[in-house]
Design a protein around this ligand. Sequence first.
Ligand code: BDR
Ligand code: CA
Length: 317
Amino acid sequence: KKKLLVDVDCGVDDAQAIMLALAAPGVQILGITCVHGNTNVENVCKNVLRVLQACNKLEIPVFKGAAKPILGNSISAGHFHGQDGLGDAPDPNAPGLELVQEEAAVSAMIRIVNENPGEVSLVATAPLTNLALAVRMDPSLPGKLRGLYIMGGNTESRGNTTVCGEFNFAADPEAAYIVLNDYGCPTYLACWEFTCCSMLPWEFCDAWLAQDTDKARFMERIFRHSIQASQTERFQKECVAGSGFISCDSYAMAAAVDDSFILESEEHPVSVELTGTHTRGMMIVDKVGLLEKARKVSIMQKVDMEKFRQMMMAALK
Ligand code: BDR
Ligand code: CA
């Protein structure tokens, strides 16, 4: 089985990504680590438990991680995901935080990867605070990963949070810098502009949600808020092309689940801007090689959208 460790700030697309992985054949999720981001880390833990409950998978361990970025304060994305991160559609029967493991997320990451050297694919769909702290504590950690799949960063300085910053990188630029600069392992990036160009048309979303299953009904409730947010003028300006839903985090997950999902990628060294009036948190792509960095990452350009739709459909079956 393919072993995954998943690091989330469980908003709506994180939930979709988790459900995609849970439905994928031959995949085992060893744990889900939670971090600040779309909402506060307590809500993130609650949201992950709700997703696991909806999928009858509460046996998967959930760990609480960093409540704030390495520097400064957390930002959130309540305008898009709802203040609670899952569309402000509360469930009175939601599992309580007592189900969260006592072990801290960063310790769990280090332990799980060391228990399975060379076997774990880490999927990070959130600010990279947990992972940055983990690699600082155990520099051997990236070398023991099978692969690292990140949703985050941007390739054309198009921001969705600050003028030039994509949310996950802008929410903790130092963490993104540490993860992309200091340590090496095969790394795959689903950047903001790429996800915008790979959106799911609304007709697909309608058919997706119309499936007669409890999972589809769960998704329909938590999804309403971001469907509306996706149709606002602000959002239309944020994204590159067309109209439809961008399940950003699901692209990173699909790549981790299926090795043949990525059809085209560009390999470049990248970095993250830490200072600058407008550019803090922006990803830098070194196409010429002037940074003289040995490590390159794979930046997704084209993926198998037919496979993607199939994986998404299966997620709600
Ligand atoms: C990223 O930011 C979050 O709001 C989403 O969950 C995704 O991880 C997109 O920029
Ligand atoms: Ca996310």
